[in-house]
Design a binder for this molecule. Structure first.
Ligand code: G
Ligand code: G
Ligand code: MN
Length: 393
């Protein structure tokens, strides 16, 4: 990761000169500094010397394929955001995208050929080309100087029709880059061991907020995300417990959401720390269940109390029978194992009704609300409950 900010640099690698010209024209129009290469073999060299913030690359090129290029980029620990293009089947593109993520790359999306101009413009608008300029020293300072803040997304108890809790999500108010989202800096925190300080900050802040809501007579559980890397410190349970104690919050109000990753190679230590977290009273959720490493094996081995169904299944469950069946089976599995089921990514009324009918315990998603600031959240909860009470009367 270089010291300079090259946040508008875009590298295009495509053997079709027409595609290169098209992307260059559109991206330059959006203020990007664009370099096009037709020979895939120079990708690594150009990426290392020119530091593009974004790389758009074709999956199928003569001689070298995109999968090999992804492997090389990962070996270089590239922090560029990668967009894949291809004329192949969407499923193959999806799989390549997932592979990039598993190799630790920041995969920003895909463009199916023929490339539609609007899709390209939209994607360029959403990639915030900042990853390149984020530095560990800045993140350390951000934690110390309170540049981090939390947003809270409400979680609905499907049976009672009441907001029973929130998920706390961290954001960084960066002095020059504006609001930076966690997917842009959590990996950096994990690589540099800053994750321990970040998790302490998040849990302490969330506990303080839970105490503040209790004073306002709002009984809300609070979920925070922890990283598999956090489990490398044996004192995690004591640290997190202390944060709760300091503001007299019962750890039972707090759910720790863990996304499993291949970073965790010590199942014995993992079980040690997770078991002690449960003994301290924390709830434990297996996040993004059904994808990546959050597998049945982990569920069976580790002392989780909640399953959080990955949003990719939930968001599509109304249009895709496969996704719907998967959601239904995970809810059933949770019930039979005595675990709480949470569906995230609930984007419509139909999905919420269907989940409720399936017996899902808790729903979370844009249909209810996006993540909100603390004030906005308490306002939302009061309003939601007032409307419910009226319609019930
Ligand atoms: O809020 P947003 O959609 O940008 O979050 C993106 C990802 O960042 C989510 O998968 C979430 O799990 C993760 N994340 C959000 N807040 C935290 C946090 O405080 N700690 C960790 N480790 N991950 C977080
Ligand atoms: O991986 P994790 O479960 O921690 O991800 C939480 C993130 O998911 C939040 O940061 C939030 O921005 C995002 N999110 C929440 N609800 C929805 C939704 O309904 N649809 C989509 N696409 N994303 C959502
Ligand atoms: Mn989560």
């Amino acid at each position: 990761m270089g010291d300079d900010i090259f946040s508008n640099r875009l590298l295009v690698v495509d053997d079709d000169p027409g595609i290169g010209r098209l992307i260059k024209r559109v991206a330059e129009g959006s203020g990007f500094d664009v370099v096009v290469r037709e020979d895939p073999r120079v990708l690594g060299k150009t990426a290392r010397s020119w530091h593009p913030a974004i790389i758009i690359m074709d999956l199928q090129m003569p001689g070298v394929d995109g999968i090999e290029l992804l492997r090389d980029l990962a070996a270089d620990r590239s922090s560029a955001q990668v967009i894949l293009t291809s004329g192949v089947d969407g499923k193959v593109l999806e799989s390549a995208l997932q592979l990039g993520r598993e190799r630790g790359l920041s995969m920003a999306g895909m463009l199916e050929k023929p490339i539609r101009l609007e899709t390209l413009r939209e994607l360029l608008g959403t990639v915030k080309p900042i990853a390149q300029s984020l530095l560990a020293t800045d993140l350390a300072e951000a934690i110390a100087a309170d540049q981090l803040f939390l947003e809270y997304q409400p979680k609905l108890d499907c049976r009672l029709g009441r907001i029973s809790g929130v998920e706390a999500l961290v954001r960084w108010r960066h002095p020059s880059l504006g609001i930076v989202r966690p997917d842009q800096f959590i990996a950096l925190a994990e690589e540099t061991d800053l994750i321990h300080r970040l998790t302490d900050w998040v849990v302490a802040s969330a506990a303080r907020q839970a105490a503040a809501w209790r004073h306002e007579n709002l009984a809300l559980g609070i979920a925070v995300n922890i990283s598999a890397k956090d489990l490398e410190n044996l004192d995690l349970p004591e640290r997190l417990h202390r944060h709760c104690e300091q503001v007299a919050v019962d750890p039972a109000l707090m759910t720790l959401e863990l996304t499993e990753s291949n970073a965790m190679r010590e199942p014995v230590q993992m079980r040690d720390v997770l078991t002690r977290l449960r003994l301290k009273g924390f709830e434990l959720s297996i996040d993004d269940f059904g994808t990546g490493y959050s597998s049945l094996v982990q569920l069976q081995r580790m002392p989780f109390s909640e399953i959080k169904i990955d949003r990719s299944f939930v968001a599509q469950m109304m249009d895709n029978t496969g996704c719907r069946v998967i959601v239904e089976i995970i809810i059933d599995l949770a019930r039979k194992l005595g675990l709480t089921s949470v569906a995230e990514g609930v984007e419509g009324e139909a999905a919420l009704e269907s989940l409720t009918a399936m017996g899902c315990d808790i729903a979370q998603g844009y249909y209810l609300s996006r993540p909100l600031a603390a004030d906005g959240l308490s306002e939302f909860v009061r309003k939601y409950h007032r409307i419910r009470a009226k319609s019930a009367a």
